[in-house]
Ligand binder design. Structure first.
Ligand code: SF4
Length: 292
């Protein structure tokens, strides 16, 4: 990948993002705290008028969240999510030795600094059997009630571990059973504000953008592939890249249910919980057929 954006370029980008009035900016990685200048950047950002209305969410593995970092995070970010995928024996297989302990220390430091962290869990075949116990541990032992579950997706490093893939139906059953046993009922609120993916699952395509460390802009992290490149902030201002974007408007307008109804060949591809981006990566023919 090309060189990472410099502090100056990032500062410029952040101050321009304010004019787009995003509801939320999620800072993720890799590990965003590896950037030595991250606190300085967001300290400056928070001083720009209008920036306080933007919800800043930091995603981290927690390893670098010592007491000093925790107190800076609490002062700058509205939300922090620590990535942990299970109890130590499972988490450390997936994320490396000592990573569970590191995450625990981060959670403690963040709480002491006055911010209540959430936990991000990538659901896969290895952590699924113990997922209920892990969620109970988070709630009962760590008093964490804010967790984000997402299915493992077939891109990046996970492509080397096909054995970790599991069906969303199996995962959904485990989560529903856990919830029902614990709380008696399971009513998942579904956002109906845009056409849903097959089976009533949502896709935020067209409503958000993903900016990579080299400044290239894509519709989402899964669709960070050449066919979906929207531009690069080293060449154009972010406002120009996003405004009048036919690709974004087109993605926003796709009605997945109608699309699947109109094309039988899509019925086997788009199943419950299918990620549109994953399908496009696996079936490049679709890109041409529908001019995505
Ligand atoms: S393509 Fe997949 S990852 Fe991207 S917004 Fe849609 S569901 Fe989410």
């Amino acid at each position: 990948m090309a060189e990472e954006l410099s502090a100056r370029e990032l500062q410029h980008l952040l101050s321009e993002l304010i004019f787009l009035k995003p509801q939320k900016i999620i800072i993720t990685g890799g590990e965003p705290l590896m950037r030595q200048d991250i606190f300085d950047l967001f300290d400056k950002f928070r001083k720009v008028p209008g920036s306080k209305k933007i919800h800043l969410c930091l995603m981290s593995n927690g390893i670098l969240v010592d007491r000093k970092a925790a107190s800076k995070i609490a002062g700058l970010f509205d939300e922090v999510r620590i990535s942990v995928d299970g109890l130590p024996e499972i988490n450390d297989i997936l994320r490396g030795n000592g990573s569970f302990e590191g995450a625990l220390i981060a959670i403690k430091n963040l709480k002491n600094a006055g911010i209540s962290p959430g936990v991000s869990i990538t659901v896969n075949s290895l952590n699924l059997p113990g997922l209920g116990d892990f969620l109970s541990y988070l709630i009962d032992e760590l008093l964490i009630t804010n967790f984000h579950l997402s299915m493992i997706k077939s891109f990046g490093a996970s492509l080397n571990h096909p054995e970790f893939f599991c069906s969303i139906d199996k995962a959904g059953k485990v989560i529903e059973d856990f919830w029902q046993n614990r709380f008696g009922k399971f009513n998942l609120p579904v956002n109906r504000s845009r056409p849903a993916l097959a089976g009533g699952w949502n896709c935020g395509l067209g409503s958000h953008i993903n900016i990579l460390p080299d400044g290239s802009v894509y519709p989402c992290h899964i669709l960070s592939i050449p066919e979906f490149l929207l531009g690069n902030i080293r060449k154009e201002r972010i406002g120009k890249i996003v405004s009048g974007q036919d690709k974004l408007a087109y993605l926003r307008s796709i009605n997945f249910s109608e699309l699947i109804e109109s094309d039988n060949s899509l019925k086997d591809i788009f199943k419950r919980g299918t990620c549109f981006g994953e399908v496009c990566r696996k079936e490049p023919g679709l890109l041409k057929k529908y001019k995505f």
